[in-house]
Structure formats: structure tokens, C-alpha cells
Ligand binder design. Structure first.
Ligand SMILES: [Fe+2]
Length: 244
């Protein structure tokens, strides 16, 4: 499976490559956005590459309406219950706090960042912990039934905007990682964790870290991820285009 992962900036270099239909963009199976890119940018990628898009919101540039929409409580609840399209926007599927199956993998997502002001899509450690625990329980249940019915266990890929605590995060409140993400990694052991939010400005190295069995990739800009069985190869946007 080949993933094009984007986040944090609308990369004109990538757009030029898409228009030239460059070799490294051939055979992409899925586009993943870790947030903080514009709706127009994602629509451009989906329209031109004609591939499915999974996304989570960042703490800027929201694709979905913010939470706490004013309106009748019952109307909102009924809409939530009956609408199958509520997760779909800009040609993509919002995977925040949800599970989506794709190509023998389970994708889960967690949007936003640690709360640092009154802006949207920000969560306290405790709030995020509740969301993460809910998804952990669902995955454990899926694994229980996989074991019971002797089905092949699917590997998990996680898509977040914010980083994991102590992996690629920073000291300031806005860019600190979530502790519940660390617990998720240790308990569920996903094969891949894609995040954004931590910018590379001034940095010459990519941020790709192996934590136990999980490859953690800061997707700032764009990255190409190739997964073949247990082998995962990542090409960072900071590498020379000739490497593609
Ligand atoms: Fe961000």
C-alpha cells in the first residue's frame, strides 16, 4: 500500500509534481491529511490523483463545522443518527475518533491539539484520553473477535494532528504531545503513526522515529509511505526530488 501523507502547509512543490504527473505519485492508494491544510489543497489532490482521502482536523484551517453548533438539540441528534454523510467533506472522510478499514489495515484518527486557548479542535489531556480509551476498547473488541473466529488480525495505522508525548513534541503548551497517545502506542502497538503540527522550519532532518514496533512519522509538508508486509519505507519531502 502506498500513502501520500500531507499536513501543515499547502505545498506548491507537491502541487507542481501532481500537475506533471511525476513517477513517485503513480500507484498511490490513499491520501492522508494530518490537518492544517486548506480545503482547496485537499480538493486539488483528490481531484487530480483520484484517490480516497482520510483526514483529521488540525488546530487551524478547519474543513468541518466546529463543534457546539447552535440549533435544536434533538434535530442535531437525529441528524447525527441518520446521516451517513456526516463524516464526508472535501471529498474526504473524517476519521476522528472513528475506525475505517482500508486494504487490510484499520485506520483510526484523533484530531486537534492540546488546549492552549479558546480556539476550535483543542482538547485537554483528560478529554483526549476519554476519546482514545473509547477507540482502544473498540480495537481490543475487534481483536477479540478476530481471535475467536480465527480471522487474520489487521494492523493499525493511526492518523493524528498532534504528536505523541515525548516523540517529536515541543515544550510549549500548543506543541506538547498527548500522554494518552503514548498509552495507545504501548497497548495497541500500531505499525504506523502519522502526525503533523510540529513544523520543520529551520530543520534539516526529517522526523521519523521507531518506537518499539511503531514507526512514527511527522508528515509536515508531504511524505510518501510504502508499506509492503512488515516493511515500511518513508520518503520525506525534504529529500531531493531526484530520490523519488
Ligand atoms: Fe497545528
Amino acid at each position: 500500500m502506498k500513502i501520500l501523507a500531507v499536513s501543515d502547509k499547502d505545498d506548491s512543490k507537491l502541487q507542481a509534481c501532481v500537475l506533471k504527473n511525476m513517477q513517485f505519485l503513480q500507484n498511490i492508494d490513499l491520501i492522508v491529511s494530518c490537518g492544517d491544510v486548506s480545503k482547496q489543497y485537499l480538493e486539488f489532490l483528490v481531484d487530480n490523483l483520484k484517490k480516497p482521502l482520510f483526514f483529521v482536523e488540525g488546530n487551524h484551517q478547519f474543513l468541518s463545522p466546529e463543534k457546539d453548533i447552535p440549533g435544536n438539540y434533538l434535530d442535531n441528534k437525529l441528524f447525527d443518527f441518520f446521516s451517513h454523510d456526516k463524516y464526508i467533506t472535501s471529498g474526504g472522510i473524517n476519521i476522528h475518533s472513528r475506525i475505517e478499514n482500508f486494504n487490510d489495515f484499520i485506520f483510526v484518527g484523533f484530531e486537534g491539539s492540546l488546549r492552549y486557548n479558546k480556539g476550535g479542535f483543542q482538547y485537554t489531556q483528560k478529554e483526549m484520553s476519554k476519546t482514545v480509551d473509547k477507540i482502544k476498547s473498540k480495537i481490543k473488541l475487534i481483536r477479540f473477535f478476530d481471535c475467536l473466529f480465527k480471522r487474520k488480525r489487521k494492523d493499525v495505522i493511526v492518523v493524528t494532528h498532534a504528536p505523541i508525548k515525548d516523540i517529536h513534541d515541543k515544550q510549549d503548551l500548543c506543541h506538547q504531545g498527548f500522554t494518552s497517545f503514548k498509552k495507545f502506542v504501548d497497548e495497541i502497538k500500531p505499525v504506523l503513526w502519522l502526525h503533523g503540527h510540529v513544523h520543520f522550519e529551520g530543520q534539516t532532518n526529517s522526523q521519523i522515529t521507531k518506537h518499539d514496533n511503531t514507526l512514527v512519522v511527522n508528515t509536515y509538508g508531504f511524505h510518501i509511505i510504502n508499506i509492503n508486509d512488515n516493511d515500511i519505507k518513508v520518503v520525506s519531502n525534504i529529500q531531493n526530488l531526484a530520490d523519488y
